[in-house]
Design a protein around this ligand. Structure first.
Ligand SMILES: C[S@@+](CC[C@H](N)C(=O)[O-])C[C@H]1O[C@@H](n2cnc3c(N)ncnc32)[C@H](O)[C@@H]1O
Length: 236
């Protein structure tokens, strides 16, 4: 079960070696997994491929999706960091609950680490402006979806590591006094006012291991990159 599968490229890389009986791609982005599964299916005709559209913010509801066979939960991409720690723990607990009823199940998860601050800052405020464009796209999406009239050029990208909270924060900062129409409601933004768009929590290996234990996992292995930049855990 690939949690937050996206374009499924990571699964596509291990698929020839593991050849599971079933592959379940779970994501909020229905289009993305539909396209990815259509791309992969012809290469792996013996693998039953299932797309599951779900919003993790509503918990991990898998009734009718998992059968009695053991399941491996594959959660790469450090997306666990987008949950606040208490929510991350609850999410890990629900994964553990699904594993507990199926002997031989487990979790393989990638977690971003509390690396050098300059590296973290640069990763979320890159010179090419990729993250800035990603962040401003929130406003484009709101305009498209809800008919708001955000001027994308009116907001600067701010991405930085908040050491106290142990998280990257992304904000969009109004670069002038402006009024935005949220449908038929005017909303005044003062110059310098920020919209907090994203958090990405970082974990030292020991911190995340404690969280996995608190979630109910007893058998835990961890591999970390030099300097604990990121870690991969296997937990059962
Ligand atoms: C950082 S990407 C990781 C993609 C892929 N697993 C990888 O490692 O390359 C995060 C993925 O999680 C999905 N996602 C984000 N929020 C979600 C939510 N609330 N519920 C389900 N999926 C979500 C996104 O659509 C995206 O595909």
């Amino acid at each position: 079960m690939d949690l937050g599968a996206g374009d499924c490229r990571k699964a596509q890389a291990w698929m020839p070696f593991l050849r599971p009986a079933r592959y379940l791609a779970v994501d909020i982005a229905a289009h993305e997994i539909e396209r990815a599964l259509a791309r992969m299916s012809p290469d792996f005709p013996e693998v039953e491929m299932v797309g599951v559209v779900a919003d993790f913010a509503r918990g991990l509801r898998l009734d009718g999706v998992l059968d009695a066979r053991p399941a491996t939960f594959f959660y790469p991409g450090s997306s666990i960091g987008n949950f606040a720690p208490a929510e991350a723990l609850a999410f890990l607990r629900s994964i553990h609950a699904h594993c507990a009823g199926r002997t031989g199940s487990g979790l393989l998860i990638g977690v971003d680490g509390k690396k050098d601050r300059a590296l973290l800052d640069a990763a979320y405020d890159d010179g090419l402006g990729v993250t800035a464009a990603f962040n401003r796209n929130v406003l484009a999406h709101l305009n498209r979806r809800f008919g708001f009239d955000f001027d994308l050029g009116g907001y600067g990208h701010r991405g930085f590591y908040n050491e106290t909270e142990g998280r990257i924060e992304m904000h969009l900062e109004s670069n002038r006094d402006q009024v935005v129409m949220l449908g038929d409601r005017p909303r005044r933004f003062a110059r310098g006012e920020r919209i907090h768009t994203e958090n990405s929590y970082k974990y030292a290996p020991g911190e995340f291991e404690s969280m996995l234990r608190a979630a109910g996992f007893a058998s835990i292995r961890c591999w970390s990159s030099p300097g604990d930049g990121y870690s991969v855990f296997v937990a059962a």
